[in-house]
Design a binder for this molecule. Structure first.
Ligand SMILES: C[S@@+](CC[C@H](N)C(=O)[O-])C[C@H]1O[C@@H](n2cnc3c(N)ncnc32)[C@H](O)[C@@H]1O
Length: 335
């Protein structure tokens, strides 16, 4: 994907697609992030098909299924099949001649074996791509940590607008999951040290692979010292936390289970109490508010533990494609 294209890519729906180039690019970004097929700007595509030849479809095809990223780090087989079937349907409805390239691309995925794994690829403002290997199933192996959640995209987008929170600091991420947020922070915000953490064996393995996949194990590539550690909120030891010495703590989508709120808050209190530290550590937590009762219980527990919280404003610039209607809140927590 080209750097210059980023500036044109501000919004991801029909209304905001200004020309045929924007259109193909919007399809590309949505396709590699595996957005829901229904959310693609199909009406704009149909309009473009009426006004131009099938070139627009060829452009979309080259930027999606025929793009080199799709060979190296493809979305799932099922997803590509659904996408191509929809593209063929829209083309047949609006164009007179069939397009061989579409059927050839579909032929490639029709016989392909379904996989349990897939890649999602996101584009940074610099034009660089971040690719995350994920499970196709949202919950598998008894964990929610093998896929990227919307609050992780939200927190990464927020970090892009507030790099100063991370620059030159030691950052600890709790419940990193597949690793998207931390990888974006390491690539763009220049922390000195970044510690990814989680408690689940399979998640930690995937996290390490994704960190390596994005070149973060080569310190020369980013200048950040990167570690991936097992850190269970229920059993984290003071000496482990002390060795990390975090100035900034972040977490995305970790407030969803009433049973783990207590230990998460105790851990935050331990990390944020500024015994002898020169700078006061701060935590930034983005949460998808699925159950308002669970979320207010979290905030009440923060207060009971003597921690203050402040609701922060949403990121302004849309960088990653995710559902903006979802209720996501970001808070800063401090002592
Ligand atoms: C919903 S996922 C969010 C993952 C990632 N932050 C994201 O937003 O894509 C919750 C994560 O918290 C982790 N987690 C849950 N309980 C935990 C605990 N007690 N200690 C450490 N991590 C935990 C899970 O393994 C999982 O990776």
């Amino acid at each position: 994907m080209e750097k210059t294209e980023y500036s044109r890519f501000r919004c991801f729906d029909d209304k905001n697609v200004e020309n045929v180039h924007d259109l193909a690019y919007t399809f590309q970004v949505s396709f590699f992030a595996m957005c829901r097929i229904a959310t693609f700007p199909w009406a704009a595509l149909e309009k473009a098909l009426l006004n131009s030849s099938s070139d627009v479809i060829l452009d979309v095809l080259r930027k999606t299924c025929l793009h080199p990223i799709c060979r190296e780090k493809p979305p799932s087989v099922k997803y590509r099949r659904l996408f191509l079937s929809e593209l063929i349907k829209r083309h047949e409805l609006n164009a007179s001649e069939p397009l061989d390239e579409l059927y050839d691309a579909l032929g490639d995925v029709i016989g392909a074996e379904e996989d349990a794994l897939c890649y999602k690829t996101y584009l940074l403002p610099s034009g660089e791509a971040v690719s995350i290997e994920e499970n196709v199933a949202v919950i598998s192996e008894g964990t929610t940590g093998l896929v990227t959640w919307e609050a992780a995209l939200y927190l990464a987008e927020w970090a892009l607008e507030h790099p100063d929170i991370f620059t030159g600091r030691t950052v600890l991420e709790l419940g990193s999951g597949a690793g998207l947020t931390g990888i974006v922070v390491c690539r763009t915000c220049k922390p000195t040290k970044y510690v990814f953490s989680d408690c689940h064996r399979a998640v930690l393995e995937r996290l390490k692979n994704n960190v390596a996949l994005n070149g973060l194990t080569r310190p020369d590539s980013t200048g950040v010292s990167v570690l991936t550690q097992e850190l269970d909120w229920e059993s984290a030891q003071k000496d482990q936390l002390g060795r990390i010495g975090a100035d900034t703590i972040i977490a995305a989508d970790v407030v969803y289970d009433p049973d783990i709120i207590g230990c998460l808050v105790r851990l935050l209190a331990e990390l944020l109490t500024c015994k002898g530290q020169q700078s006061r550590p701060e935590a930034y937590i983005s949460s998808t508010v699925r159950n308002p009762g669970t979320y207010s219980c979290f905030k009440n527990e923060l207060e009971k533990a003597g921690l203050k919280h402040l609701v922060l404003t949403h990121p302004v610039t849309q960088v990653f494609p995710y559902n903006r209607i979802t209720s996501i809140e970001m808070i800063k927590v401090h002592c």
